[in-house]
Design a binder for this molecule. Structure first.
Ligand code: UDP
Ligand code: MG
Length: 363
């Protein structure tokens, strides 16, 4: 059993918690509830068959969510103890400037299964998820937003679905409690992403999702890629992706952290994700092919004009086609060389990253 797994063992936490209760009083912390320890023994982390043996990591990215954190922890705590899960909660503080970090530290002090990472500045939700995924130890990794819009009561449903054999189970905010504009734009995004990726999800960007551990350990997310995690996962070979409708609540405290910029950033990243998932290993398939086709048409145009000049003595002045031909040759050549440079980069980069391995026996 690794050190981190030991951490998740609640028996060990018992002794620590007695101390922490005493210290709590000393420091005059406001206590809303007292986490109890559950007595689960004989944990076998390899089996996902029944709840007693399941270890789950709940990864929560947050940016200035001070009011929500206490009630969020309480409701997650209720669910995981009721279901007797071995759990860890990983709060990733994405450079909050309010009291979020203090509150997380207090929670970690009370509940030994709470871990946290705090960024020095705001790097974005994708970065936060990425770092949370790195330290997650659970067999099943669950992500949820910190703003109480996602309901922890859905966790058992997500887990049951994963146990049916899925790699990813995404929440679907069927009855979404956000503004009209946000709901409609999101529908368009989901439609386009469905078309491009072939993944049949209604709600690609739902914060509430469950993953088999392998999935989160295989993908790298940055920029606004958190919107397209299922697309990246599919590209890595995790094709069993499904969804379940989940309850959604309006934001109770604070404000949404994504303004209008979400629309264009999301769009640019959709293009990047499409490119990465389709052409990253073979840039020449895209750039080389189209570069060659365009340059070839340009050459044909110039060839035709030269023929006209030499054989029929038609002057080249006043022939816009001349410029179109030149433009196409130059543009096609540039595209082609971009493809070549891309190939060189791919060739020299770390190949291991591109292949997701299911199992290995190397000795
Ligand atoms: N979030 C984050 N970093 C950011 C922006 C947001 O960690 O730069 C977190 C935020 O605190 C929340 C989750 O991502 O827990 C979803 O954000 P939000 O509720 O603002 O998004 P919305 O529900 O409006 O789509
Ligand atoms: Mg929200």
């Amino acid at each position: 059993m690794s050190d981190t797994e030991k951490n998740m063992n609640n028996n060990e936490g018992q002794a620590n918690q007695k101390n922490s209760h005493a210290n709590d009083k000393k420091k005059n912390f406001k206590r809303y509830y007292r986490p109890k320890t559950n007595n689960i023994q004989n944990k076998n982390y390899n089996s996902l068959k029944n709840n007693k043996n399941i270890s789950i990591s709940i990864v929560i990215p947050l940016f200035n969510e001070e009011e929500s954190l206490e009630p969020l922890h309480k409701s997650i705590y209720d669910v995981v103890t009721r279901n007797k899960y071995n759990y860890e909660i990983i709060f990733v503080d994405d450079g909050s400037t309010d009291r979020s970090l203090q509150i997380i530290k207090r929670l970690a002090y009370r509940d030994k299964n709470v871990k946290y990472i705090s960024f020095r500045q705001n790097y974005g939700k994708s970065a936060a998820l990425n770092e949370g995924f790195k330290i997650a130890n659970g067999d099943i990794v669950i992500t949820m937003d910190a703003d109480l819009q996602d309901n922890p009561e859905e966790i058992p449903n997500l887990i049951n679905k994963i146990n049916e054999g899925y790699d990813i189970v995404s929440g679907w905010k069927k009855d979404r409690k956000d503004s009209f504009v946000k709901n409609q734009t999101s529908k368009i995004y989901n439609f386009v992403t469905r078309l491009v990726s072939g993944i049949k999800l209604h709600d690609m960007n739902c914060g509430l999702k469950a993953y088999r551990k392998d999935v989160v350990k295989s993908i790298e997310i940055y920029g606004e890629f958190h919107r397209y995690i299922p697309v990246l996962a599919k590209w890595h070979g995790f094709k069993k992706i499904t969804e379940i409708p989940v309850k959604h609540q309006p934001r109770q405290y604070g404000v949404s952290k994504f303004g209008l910029s979400r629309f264009y950033k999301g769009f640019v990243d959709l293009i990047t994700v499409t490119f990465i998932t389709r052409y990253v290993t073979r840039p020449m398939h895209l750039f080389g092919l189209w570069g060659a086709i365009i340059a070839f048409i340009g050459f044909m145009i110039e060839f035709y004009l030269t023929y006209e000049k030499l054989i029929h003595n038609r002057g080249l002045e006043n022939r816009p086609l001349l410029f179109l031909g030149i433009l196409m040759i130059l543009f096609g050549g540039q595209l082609f060389s971009t493809g070549l440079i891309g190939e060189l980069i791919v060739h020299n980069s770390n190949k291991d990253k591109e292949y997701t391995i299911r199992e290995k026996k190397v000795e």
